[in-house]
Design a protein around this ligand. Structure first.
Ligand SMILES: CC(C)(COP(=O)(O)OP(=O)(O)OC[C@H]1O[C@@H](n2cnc3c(N)ncnc32)[C@H](O)[C@@H]1OP(=O)(O)O)[C@@H](O)C(=O)NCCC(=O)NCCS
Length: 152
């Protein structure tokens, strides 16, 4: 099993596991449940999209980075109220205007994988909303790409 992730700075305390780096944890609360009493898929997708957006903005240095594509999502297990889950991402390809990531979510309590997503594609846009070349080819380990004004 590959436990390394070049996307993570060594000073970062993010947990390494599998092929992604787990950065964000969530606590499943009543407002996150479906009628079955388990984690609502829409809540989870919102969290993942936000996680991917933050990752893309840091990597591409552009706050106008938008979701272009999310590939097949296979909900393999779920979570119950009070469970804690963690979300992991890994950048897999820097395109000309895009960044492709992979995602995995697991239940900290049960240890089970909740879902995997092979491809989440974000595109860097210019002020007119057109794809804009980001100029990057690999992962930054710092916050050095944040535009002036965001990097306080
Ligand atoms: C993002 C958007 C400007 C891209 O427009 P587009 O006409 O597809 O642009 P392009 O064809 O130039 O493609 C831009 C990049 O996306 C990639 N791309 C386009 N369609 C893709 C697809 N179906 N799967 C994977 N990548 C795709 C292209 O390969 C290209 O990447 P590259 O420059 O790294 O090679 C446009 O689709 C859009 O505005 N979508 C809405 C985005 C949005 O608002 N998302 C939030 C949720 S609603």
């Amino acid at each position: 099993m590959d436990t390394t992730d070049a996307a993570t700075p060594s000073a970062d305390h993010a947990a390494h596991s599998d092929d992604v780096t787990y950065r964000t944890r969530k606590w499943v609360k009543p407002e996150d449940l479906n009628a079955n009493g388990t984690l609502f898929g829409g809540s989870l997708l919102r969290w993942i999209d936000e996680e991917a957006a933050i990752y893309a903005i840091i990597q591409l240095g552009n706050p106008r980075s938008v979701t272009k594509l999310i590939s097949e999502i296979n909900f393999r297990s779920s979570a119950e109220q009070g469970d804690m889950i963690e979300m992991g991402l890994r950048a897999v390809e820097f395109g000309r205007t895009s960044l492709t990531m992979r995602a995995k979510v697991r239940n900290i309590i049960t240890g089970e994988v909740i879902l995997t997503i092979d491809k989440i594609v974000f595109v860097s846009l210019d002020e007119e909303g057109r794809p804009e070349p980001h100029g990057y080819t690999d992962i930054t380990l710092d916050r050095d790409r944040l535009p002036y004004g965001m990097n306080r």
